[in-house]
Design a protein around this ligand. Structure first.
Ligand code: M6R
Length: 357
């Protein structure tokens, strides 16, 4: 039920802090340690490479998850779009573990890969919001997202839940392998939950940004470097999906290799700047587009902000910034769609789960 909310999407955006807290609770044992099945831990420590298979927003969460698993658990990871994997199957490692990420657990493109790799005899872990779903039943192991039903076609709380669970999985594996930890996931996710709450309280600011900058535009670009780039892909997908504004997410350094030709007077360029190591370079990419007439909107993080930035998100651990920077991206898409009288929860041509290949 939507309750007092005008749309499920807005309700689901607002639920994200609670989802973070529920994940902390569900994955924590009575001694405040992580609680994961031994079987999953064994599969994680036994594999020599992880193949993440997903579609759409879940694929974008996989890109963020790769960073956790490589940087913290020391396992090489490949992230593949499900619909391409079977046709362009890479050379597999000796001991692969397949990780399927899917809100619904019913995406046909992902399922067809699961069927294939099970025939080949490889182990599979599904990370899903629907534990009894097809992908969950047919895999060897399941991790639950605990996000509660997601009704809006545009995925929001499932994306942040997927990233949080991937962080927990990476830290648990790192502990099992006696590796040094980048952070305490439960403590850092609690900080993220508070930051998300602060962000969902700033809807009016985002609404105004949309009104002033995305009102009549035909297109928009999202640029970022490092993990900001992955959030740009998600921000662009969200905007396209529900507002029908043509949007593209780009790696900041890649713009000048072609796409910059599309920048005209007033073209909105949304830049994410939450990563310290690329703060200088992304800001110079913004200067490049501004010099060609772009209307820049910089979303930075507390501690890295400058006076002219459009919006500043609270500070969180640098590996977890996608969890907070995506919230204003979701709200941007929401208000842009609302502005254009679009059917926010049920955009044209789309279904909640895509059960055909
Ligand atoms: O249920 P899944 O996570 O497997 O769905 C995958 C995509 O179809 C889904 O994320 C889609 O891209 C969303 N509508 C994006 O908001």
């Amino acid at each position: 039920e939507k309750g007092t909310y005008p749309h499920f999407m807005l309700k689901e955006i607002d639920e994200q802090p609670f989802v973070m807290r529920r994940i902390i609770q569900e994955y924590q044992d009575t001694d405040n340690n992580l609680k994961l099945d031994d079987a999953i831990r064994n599969a994680m420590t036994a594999c020599d490479r992880i193949y993440i298979i997903a579609a759409g927003t879940s694929y974008h969460a996989g890109l963020v998850g790769k960073q956790f698993l490589e940087k913290m658990a020391g396992i090489p990871v490949e992230v593949h779009v499900a619909s391409e994997f079977s046709y362009n199957m890479p050379l597999l490692s000796e001991k692969p573990l397949f990780v399927f990420i899917s809100q619904s657990g019913e995406t046909a493109d992902s399922r067809s890969v699961l069927v294939k790799i099970k025939e080949m005899g490889y182990p599979a872990l599904t990370i899903t919001n629907v534990p009894g779903s097809t992908l969950s039943r047919e895999a060897d192991f399941t991790l639950n997202l605990y996000a509660g039903p997601e009704i809006a076609v545009a995925s929001t709380k499932a994306y942040t839940a997927q990233i949080a669970v991937l962080a927990i999985l990476a830290v648990d594996t790192a502990r099992a392998k006696d590796l040094e930890l980048a952070f305490d996931p439960l403590q850092e996710l609690a900080i993220v939950a508070n930051a998300m709450e602060a962000l969902t309280d700033q809807k009016e600011t985002i609404e105004e940004l949309v009104r002033n900058n995305l009102g009549t535009t035909r297109n928009a670009f999202f640029i970022g470097r490092g993990s900001d780039y992955f959030v740009c892909l998600e921000g662009a997908l969200k905007l396209k999906e529900i507002s029908y504004i043509q949007a593209e997410g780009f790696a900041g350094g890649e713009l000048k290799h072609g796409t910059i030709a599309l920048i005209e007077e007033g073209t909105p360029v949304i830049a994410l700047a939450t990563q310290e190591n690329v703060n200088y370079s992304i800001r110079s990419n913004v200067q490049e587009v501004v010099a060609r007439g772009a209307n820049d909107l910089i979303f930075s993080m507390k501690g890295l902000e400058q006076d002219t930035d459009a919006f500043v998100v609270p500070h969180v651990h640098e590996l977890l910034t996608p969890l907070v920077s995506v919230v204003p991206m979701q709200l941007l898409a929401y208000y842009a769609a609302l502005n254009r009288d679009c059917d926010v929860d049920k955009p044209r041509n789309l279904a909640k789960s895509v059960t055909v290949e």
